[in-house]
Ligand binder design. Sequence first.
Ligand code: 13P
Length: 278
Amino acid sequence: MLINSIALLNKAKIKGYAIPQFNINNMEWAKYILEASNECQTDIILGVSESAIKYMGGVNTVVGIIKGLIKDLHITINVVLHLDHGKSFNICKECIDAGFTSVMIDASHMELDKNISLTNEVCNYAHQFNISVEGELGAINTNIHSLNITNYEDITTYLKETSVDALAPALGSVHGLYKEIPNLDFDTMERVKNNFFTPLVLHGGTGISNKDIKKAIKSGITKINFNTELQIAWSTDVKKYINNNPNIYDPRTIISAGEKAIKEVVIQKIKLLKGEYE
Ligand code: 13P
């Protein structure tokens, strides 16, 4: 069933585990992630970026694919269909109107007061339809040297002045591959955990050690996003398959060569976030 993220994240926060967000790039990825998560009987969040939405054809296509897969594959877990890093009110509204159950408004490029007011505009619209909203503070970029790390004071202001259901604060993680070992600000996570109930989100899950993932969950992180690691696992096996089978041309066979690799990453992350994996 498609649901918003509120109950999932609040339960995870109380019980001390985290919900994985896996980003999708196409129908096949969604299918593999749904099948692997259903096998584990673990509720998940499917993240779709603005560029992935565009790539797949548009918001209605994405909603159609996910609803169709849930029905046809007899998926029995709860699934959150979430816009990842929505940069404007319009894209959030478009996703909500099409049937997404959760959106992220990433106004982290704006000044704090402007970020707060745009976030609230999205919350006001989303909450009328029972859609969850994630916000971002500081800026989670793709390069450790362009990090714009946030601080406890700004987080306090943001949480007091917005009605977000989850917050992704930039506390040392980056999207994509790390050029240096990530240095996460666990103290700030812990301070937020001790003073606010709002679940915290860790973006850039790829490349963070299992030890740090577990420490982050203990420090209040309730949702962790993974994308690049799945892309690398899939493309490594597909490249190997093509090299070994140069005469193959059926796209279904080629794309499926990465299925096992994606599923293995999904199952490993699910277990890790539940505390069942070292
Ligand atoms: P990675 O690609 O680094 O795993 O990050 C994913 C992410 O945070 C999506 O929002």
